[in-house]
Design a protein. Sequence first.
Length: 284
Amino acid sequence: MSTFEKISVLGTGVLGSQIAFQAAYHGFAVTAYDISDEAVAAGEGRLDALVATYAGALDSGDRTKAEAARGRLTTTSDLALAAQADLIIEAAPEIIDVKRELYGRLGELAPEHTVFATNSSTLLPSDIKASTGRPDKFLALHFANHIFLFNTAEVMGSDETDPAVFQQVVVFAEAIGMVPIEVHKEKAGYVLNSLLVPLLDAAMELAAFDYATPEDVDKTWRIGTGSPAGPFQILDIVGLTTAYNISNAHPSEKSQKIAAWLKENYVDQGKLGVATGEGFYRYG
Ligand code: NAD
């Protein structure tokens, strides 16, 4: 059973709203914080929309459980209020100075026993721990987008994280319906992206350099490994804008060629993946 009772989530964007909803869906009282009344209102809209999403994905359209979860969620733009929790999960923008400033304030406002967890995808706990004022009670708890379907939660501390705190967070992750993945040392990309990013990169290289079509790359992966989806099917879910931005940010000749291929054949034609009805494949 989780030792945490009161949960707060900081940031009510794409991931923060899902994390808050997931915890509430599993019975926790959750306070969701955002920086202004406008941001809170936008977050409320995302939380409202998640009622139908959860009901559809998990309860065959029956809204009873999802509506009860919505009732366990309160929102606020008062950080002092959100700080009154046993576990605070931070899903603020992926900007190091924003996170450091936030943890600096939080460290002053939160009770001594409160544990802080960051959902950062690209920053390591070590990049942020000094600003928390409590590095022993700070670690990463990393969710994937659409956490109600893709329910891994990677738990990763710094070398200063208290092992007992790490275990408490593992237990909490289980309590909210996640499959905890314990990462024993700091690793950029955790487990999932350490595997997935090179796979997607290799797939795009094969297609962008005309070795094989996306369809044949996917077919090979599905038949050869028994996996239900190939890398281009996964890329359609991730979104081609994200794939383009990541490739384009890399100066290497290979990455620039992949970026140009994505731009010309897909992004510039509005083929951005599942979200727009077409990417490498057509949907709907
Ligand atoms: P987002 O832009 O959708 O949401 C960020 C939210 O944080 C917004 O509601 C914003 O108003 C709020 N915010 C701004 N400044 C803040 C502050 N000082 N304190 C608290 N909240 C603040 O971003 P997102 O996609 O939800 O990403 C949030 C975090 O989750 C990032 O660290 C990112 O790496 C991580 N993450 C994202 C994904 C994804 O697929 N989007 C997946 C895994 C992890």
